[in-house]
Design a protein around this ligand. Structure first.
Ligand code: HEC
Ligand code: HEC
Length: 349
């Protein structure tokens, strides 16, 4: 009897080891999906990032965006020590580190990349609505080297790491408190399609080319501004994004996210909340940038992101292929958030 149980245990253990090995093998043979990192080819293809186009020259014109009464020059809009705040009414007063950064320490204003309202862009991250303790932990992970990008060419992640290293605990707490005080609201429209507008990459972001030329989407997600000028030139924090995803990917993702896909992964709601909008210290993943999410899944799977809390995500990502990741985030990006979230009303108590 004892021997029998031992044999069962052993075969279970072997079976488990086998599954894990296969998972790791699949993972190890796949390079980082370049579309998620803002490149046309993976790092080992030895294709360097295209030279950044020269920034549009500031001719001193006062620029405007729809819905704001303010005007700024291009120099003011991209000032890394105090960029334009188009809508001072859509967020609480910014702490100095968010509005201005700290020049002596080479810390840029958080609002430059993440926007004053924390909505962020696909090449960085949406930071509003993040739980306070998660925010502190992930900043510590950037500081300690436990959070890096799988693609070393990704310059803005390297900048982010330097900012975290230079920030004081009080600055980190002020930023966590500020961004955490705002809810995450809809920002990305998901469209299933076979063909996409042709794009060029600028600073890790895909920008629609002028003209109506199209190209096959293939197995990619192309996340691009709704309004190229509004985002690229004017950094309009009310101008959102479209994520083009392959036909059928939302449904495939739904199966993985809601059931775990028969042992391929673990149902996300267990930890990220029934509506995937976060649960206690675990961050929300609904309606957030799919490219950002794929970078995190891949970075965690490959060990580039290995913070204290990342342990809980290890079994989630271990067996995923990059195609699975694509489907998962096509689904999560399409989930409702913010105002659409069903609040538990006091009537229920
Ligand atoms: C130069 C652009 C840039 C600036 C300025 C910047 N960040 Fe970031 N930040 C990034 C990028 C890029 C990432 C995403 C890294 C990735 O995808 O690998 C990021 C990610 C983050 C995250 C992780 C979000 C998550 O969901 O885990 C936090 C938190 C954050 N930044 C906080 C800040 C704070 C606080 C400041 C201001 C001191 C700041 N950032 C300034 C580029 C920037
Ligand atoms: C056992 C609990 C658990 C489960 C199940 C789980 N997660 Fe997570 N997830 C976490 C924790 C904890 C973190 C924070 C990790 C860290 O700080 O490194 C996290 C972080 C993430 C992040 C990074 C968020 C950010 O803002 O950077 C993504 C993306 C993510 N999870 C996706 C998923 C998906 C998709 C699923 C389901 C397929 C899933 N998770 C299932 C616990 C879980």
């Amino acid at each position: 009897m004892k021997t029998f149980r031992g044999a069962v245990n052993l075969s279970l253990a072997l079976g488990f080891a086998c599954v894990v090995t296969i998972g790791v093998l699949i993972a190890a043979t796949e390079p980082p999906p370049p579309w998620a990192y803002g490149f046309t080819a993976p790092p080992d293809a030895q294709v360097s990032a295209p030279p950044a186009a020269a920034p549009v020259k500031d001719d001193g014109t006062q620029r405007r965006v729809p819905g704001s009464t303010l005007s700024f020059t291009l120099t003011q809009i991209r000032d890394n020590a105090g960029p334009a705040d188009w809508y001072p009414g859509d967020h609480p007063p910014m702490p100095p580190i968010v509005a201005h950064g700290r020049k002596e320490a080479m810390v840029f204003a958080c609002s430059l990349c993440h926007y004053p309202n924390g909505k962020g862009r696909p090449e960085n991250a949406g930071v509003s609505g993040l739980p306070y303790t998660y925010f502190l932990q992930t900043m510590q992970d950037f500081k300690s080297g436990a959070r890096k990008s799988a693609d070393a060419r990704k310059g803005n992640t390297n900048l982010m790491i330097n900012f975290a290293k230079a920030m004081t605990d009080d600055e980190i707490k002020a930023a966590a408190d500020y961004f955490g005080s705002m809810k995450w609201t809809p920002w990305i429209k998901v469209v299933e399609t076979n063909t996409v507008p042709k794009t060029r990459i600028a600073g890790g972001m895909f920008l629609r080319l002028e003209g109506n030329e199209k190209e096959p989407l293939g197995k990619r997600i192309i996340e691009t501004p709704e309004n190229v000028e509004g985002t690229e030139l004017l950094r309009d924090s009310h101008s959102g994004f479209i994520a083009y995803v392959p036909p059928g990917s939302v449904k495939k993702g739904e199966a993985l996210v809601t059931t775990g896909g028969g042992g391929k992964t673990i149902a996300c709601a267990t930890c990220h909340g029934a509506d995937l909008q976060g649960l206690g210290p675990v961050p929300g993943i609904a309606g957030r940038s799919p490219s950002y999410l794929v970078r995190q899944l891949y970075d965690m799977q490959q060990g580039y992101r290995h913070g204290v809390w990342t342990e809980l995500m290890k079994p989630v990502v271990a067996k995923l292929t990059t195609d699975d990741m694509l489907s998962i985030v096509a689904y999560t990006a399409s989930r409702p958030v913010g105002a659409e979230k069903k609040e538990i009303t006091s009537a229920r108590r």
